[in-house]
Design a protein around this ligand. Structure first.
Ligand code: G4P
Length: 539
C-alpha cells in the first residue's frame, strides 16, 4: 500500500515538474506589425530553426484574394507551423501560430482559447491598429496575460510615452515598461532593460543568433553611459527613466497574471534586437498552464487524469484524403499514445495510435504529452471544435465560443446531382469552424455567416475540390447575427413572432436574430428589455 502511495506521489511530482516547465502562448498582431519576424527570431533563439526565413509568412498578400493557390499554400503552411515547440533553458515553449490574414480572425480567436498567455506585437510607427484591438478584446474576455513588444524601433517611431499611453487607452489595460528605448529611426541607440538593469546597444547588422552587445548598468547615473550613447541621449534616458518610475507603479506579476497589467518591451524584430530580453523575461514571468473552466468545475493541470479539448481542425491538403488533423490542448494529466479516452460528445472510447507533436522543425509521433502541449490527432471527420476528451468524466470545457459573424450570404446548390456531397461538405467545413451556418425561419434557406470575404471563396473552392459539390452565393442583407435568450417566455414568443422574417436557428437549434441594420438591433434591444442579445455563442 505504501509503495503504491509512493509511486503515485512520484508520478504527481513528475507531472508538476512537466507543467512548471511549459509556456504555451501565441504571438498576435495587426498584419505587417512583425509577428512572423518575431516568431522566427524566438525560434532562432530556441535553436528550433537555424536560418532566418525558415518560417514563411503565412499571410495572403493583399490583392491576392482570388488566388486559390495562395489559399492552398496558406493552409499548407499553417498546418506545418500550427504549433512550434522548442526548449529554451529547460523551459518547454509552445508557440501557437495564428493566421496572418484578418479574414481568418475567427481561427485566431479560437487559438487564443488554447494559450496561457499572449505576446502582442505593435508597429512603433503605427501604434495600436484595428486588428490588435479586436484580438485584445478576446484576451480580455479570458483574462489572458499579455506582454507587449513594440517593434520597428529602427524606423522613426512615435514617442515611447505616447505609445505607452496609446496602448493603455486603446487596449484598455494598464502598462508597465520593462524596457525603454533610446531614440528611434536613424538615431536609435538601443534599449535600456529596466527588468535586468542593463543596456543593449544597437548595431544594425542583421544578426540572426548572436546577442546584441549588452553592457551592465545597474546605476545609470554612471558617467560612462555618456560614452556609450552620447551625453545628449544619456541625459534623455535618465530623465525618461525617472519619469517611468514616477508615472508607473513597480511591476506587479500578479496583476500581469490576472490579465490586468501588460509589461512592455521595445525592439526591432528584423534586427533581432530586444528579442532575447523579451524571451528571457517571458520564461521567467509568463504563466505555465493555468486551470481550465468547464461547465461543471475548474480542471487543475496537475490532476492525474487526462483531459483536453479540440480547438482547431485542419483538413488534409490532399483532396483525395478527407482525413483531418484535430489539434487538442492537454489541460490536465498525462496524455498517452494508444490509451483509451472518452470522446465526451459521442460517448465513445477512442485511442490514438499516432498522435503527433511539432518539435523544432519536425512533426513526430509522441508517446506522452503534458498539460500545455498540443497534440495532433488523426480525424476522419468525427471531431468538432470544442470536443472534450477525458478518462471517463463527462466534462465540457467552456470558453471556446463562436463569434457573431459579420458577412452573410445564402448558399444554394449549383449542381442538383450533388446534393448529398454539398450537405456533407458544408457540415464538415462548419465543424472545422471555417464559417457558421444558420437556417432561416422564414423560408428554411441556409445562410452562411463569416468574418471575412475570403471565406466565401475558400468554402466554394473547397466544396468543389474536396467534396465534388458546387455552390452558388446569393446576397442577403444582414448587419449582424446575435443569439437571443430570455426568461420571459411570453416576450420571447412575441419577439419571435414579430421578427419572424429575421429569425433563424444555428446548427445547435438555438435562436438567432438576424438584424438588418444597427438601428434595427438597437431598437430591438430597447423594445424588448427582457431579451438578452449575445454576440458570442457562449453565454
Ligand atoms: P506580420 O507577420 O505581422 O504580418 O509581419 P511580418 O513579420 O511579415 O513583417 C512585416 C514587414 O515588416 C516585413 O517586411 C518585415 O521584414 C518588416 N519588419 C519586421 N520587423 C521589423 C523591424 O524591426 N524593423 C523594420 N524596419 N522592419 C521590420 P516586408 O517588406 O513586408 O517583407 P520582407 O520582404 O522584408 O520579408
Amino acid at each position: 500500500m505504501r509503495i503504491f502511495a509512493a509511486v503515485k506521489k512520484i508520478k504527481i511530482m513528475a507531472l508538476i515538474d512537466e507543467i512548471t516547465k511549459r509556456r504555451t502562448f501565441a504571438v498576435i498582431a495587426h498584419p505587417d506589425a512583425g509577428k512572423t519576424t518575431l516568431t522566427e527570431k524566438l525560434l532562432l533563439f530556441g535553436g528550433a530553426i537555424h536560418v532566418a526565413g525558415a518560417v514563411k509568412s503565412n499571410k495572403i498578400k493583399k490583392g491576392a484574394t482570388s488566388d486559390f493557390m495562395e489559399i492552398e499554400r496558406q493552409r499548407g503552411i499553417s498546418v506545418a507551423t500550427s504549433v512550434m515547440g522548442f526548449n529554451y533553458k529547460d523551459v518547454k515553449i509552445n508557440i501557437l501560430d495564428t493566421p496572418g490574414h484578418e479574414d481568418f480572425a475567427e481561427d485566431t480567436y479560437r487559438t487564443l482559447t488554447a494559450v496561457d498567455s499572449v505576446i502582442i506585437v505593435i508597429d512603433g510607427a503605427k501604434g495600436v491598429e484595428a486588428q490588435t484591438r479586436k484580438l485584445m478584446n478576446v484576451c480580455r474576455m479570458r483574462s489572458t496575460p499579455v506582454m507587449v513588444f513594440i517593434n520597428k524601433l529602427d524606423r522613426p517611431c512615435k514617442d515611447p510615452f505616447d505609445l505607452l499611453d496609446e496602448v493603455e487607452r486603446e487596449l484598455q489595460i494598464r502598462v508597465r515598461p520593462l524596457a525603454f528605448p533610446i531614440s528611434s529611426g536613424d538615431t536609435f541607440k538601443g534599449v535600456y532593460n529596466i527588468y535586468e538593469k542593463n543596456l543593449s546597444l544597437f548595431t544594425s547588422d542583421e544578426r540572426q543568433t548572436a546577442d546584441a552587445e549588452t553592457v551592465d548598468f545597474s546605476d545609470i547615473s554612471n558617467p560612462e553611459l555618456d560614452d556609450y550613447i552620447t551625453p545628449k541621449f544619456a541625459t534623455q534616458l535618465r530623465d525618461n527613466l525617472d519619469l517611468v518610475d514616477a508615472v508607473y507603479d513597480d511591476f506587479d506579476r500578479e496583476a500581469y497574471l490576472a490579465g490586468k497589467l501588460a509589461p512592455v518591451f521595445f525592439g526591432s524584430a528584423v534586427n533581432n534586437f530586444g528579442v532575447r530580453e523579451l524571451l528571457e523575461c517571458f520564461i521567467r514571468i509568463a504563466p505555465s498552464p493555468r486551470p481550465s473552466t468547464t461547465e461543471t468545475r475548474a480542471v487543475q493541470p496537475d490532476e492525474q487524469k487526462m483531459t483536453g479539448f479540440v480547438f482547431k481542425i485542419h483538413a488534409n491538403m490532399d483532396p483525395n484524403h478527407r482525413d483531418r488533423i484535430a489539434f487538442m490542448k492537454i489541460c490536465s494529466g498525462t496524455f498517452e499514445r494508444n490509451k483509451n479516452y472518452l470522446h465526451v460528445r459521442s460517448g465513445k472510447q477512442l485511442k490514438f495510435s499516432s498522435p503527433t507533436a511539432f518539435m523544432a522543425e519536425k512533426k513526430s509521433v509522441i508517446d506522452f504529452a503534458y498539460p500545455g502541449d498540443i497534440v495532433g490527432l488523426h480525424d476522419t471527420g468525427t471531431f468538432k471544435i470544442g470536443d472534450t476528451f477525458t478518462e471517463g468524466e463527462k466534462l465540457k470545457f467552456t470558453g471556446i465560443p463562436s463569434f457573431s459573424p459579420e458577412l452573410f450570404r445564402y448558399i444554394e446548390n449549383a449542381d442538383p446531382m450533388k446534393f448529398k456531397q454539398l450537405a456533407k461538405g458544408v457540415d464538415q467545413l462548419m465543424d472545422e469552424g471555417v464559417a457558421q451556418l444558420f437556417t432561416s425561419s422564414l423560408n428554411g434557406r441556409k445562410i452562411i455567416g463569416t468574418v471575412g470575404q475570403l471565406q466565401f471563396e475558400v468554402i466554394q473552392y473547397r466544396l468543389e475540390h474536396e467534396y465534388g459539390a458546387k455552390c452558388r452565393w446569393e446576397p442577403i442583407s444582414i448587419h449582424k447575427a446575435c443569439w437571443i435568450e430570455s426568461d420571459n417566455a411570453e416576450q420571447l414568443a412575441d419577439f419571435k413572432r414579430r421578427k419572424h422574417s429575421n429569425m433563424a436557428v444555428d446548427k445547435h437549434g438555438r435562436d438567432v436574430f438576424l438584424a438588418d441594420t444597427s438601428y434595427a438591433l438597437a431598437l430591438a434591444q430597447e423594445n424588448f428589455k427582457d431579451i438578452r442579445f449575445y454576440f458570442t455563442s457562449e453565454f
